[in-house]
Design a protein around this ligand. Structure first.
Ligand code: ADE
Length: 249
């Protein structure tokens, strides 16, 4: 997988890409990062990448020419891979989109800065627009890193345990179960007995049930989409019956 990132702030990207799992994925040859400074394609003396908006008003707008020049120079004309603009106006990112993007051999990200970028980039260059949530950041660099992180960890071999991405939160529309490690007792707060029982089947069942309860309580929207087994339904029915009994007492 090759990631191309077009930005005017390349320095903020390196530290995150050069740590932990992303770095290991790079060293293992699973991913390659190419960071392109849009400023290098600005042709004027000062390497200007922004200008005042037509029609007035505050703020600056990223210029169209350096962005087209950078992207077409690196990716061809028209670009030979998806070009994703990171913007709060895009479709909202989720695990399903991460899975789809993980199938691509190459993805380019355009990280905007300033108040915005010339509309012609949006209309005639980018192939997709993605938001990481309904809030506004100062630029698209962090959002691009968010996507790169979510996609990279899905690549076979990126995580130690080959099954880990499958067990994750959201992988099957359920949130993860609670995790514990030593000590068994911290300030009187005990690790659930079942996790220390050594009974693998019971532990698996407990984890599944905790995932169900947690998702139903915190993310009813995800819970609705979850595929429940017969055992799951029996468990939930039992919980409901217990609750009703407690309420009637
Ligand atoms: N740029 C600024 N805010 C953003 C967001 N929420 N998602 C993607 N790109 C952005």
């Amino acid at each position: 997988m090759l990631f191309d990132i077009f930005t005017v702030l390349p320095e903020v990207l390196f530290p995150y890409l050069q740590a932990s799992i992303l770095q290991r994925a790079h060293e293992a040859g699973l991913v390659e990062y190419q960071i392109h400074n849009i400023r290098d394609w600005a042709t004027d003396k000062h390497h200007t990448t922004d200008d005042e908006p037509y029609g007035g008003g505050g703020g600056m707008v990223m210029k169209v020419e350096p962005i087209f020049a950078a992207v077409e120079d690196v990716l061809g004309k028209p670009p030979a891979c998806p070009v994703i603009l990171m913007t709060p106006q895009g479709r909202v990112f989720n695990q399903q989109i991460a899975r789809e993007l993980a199938e691509q051999p190459r993805i380019a990200f355009l990280a905007g800065r300033y108040e915005g970028l010339d509309e012609r980039v949006r209309r005639h260059l980018v192939t997709d627009e993605i938001s990481i949530g309904d809030y506004v950041l100062t630029g698209g660099e962090l959002p691009a890193l968010v996507l790169i992180d979510a996609i990279t960890r899905l690549l076979p071999g990126a995580l130690g345990d080959a099954e880990a991405p499958m067990k994750d939160s959201h992988a099957e529309s359920l949130l993860e179960y609670p995790h514990y490690t030593r000590p068994a007792n911290f300030r009187g707060w005990e690790v659930p007995e079942i996790l220390r029982s050594g009974n693998h089947a019971l532990v698996e069942r407990w984890r599944r049930e905790q995932s169900l309860l947690r998702t139903r309580e915190r993310r009813p929207d995800l819970f609705e989409k979850a595929e429940l087994t017969k055992k799951d339904r029996e468990f939930l029915a039992k919980i409901e019956a217990n609750q009703q009994e407690a309420e009637s007492e």
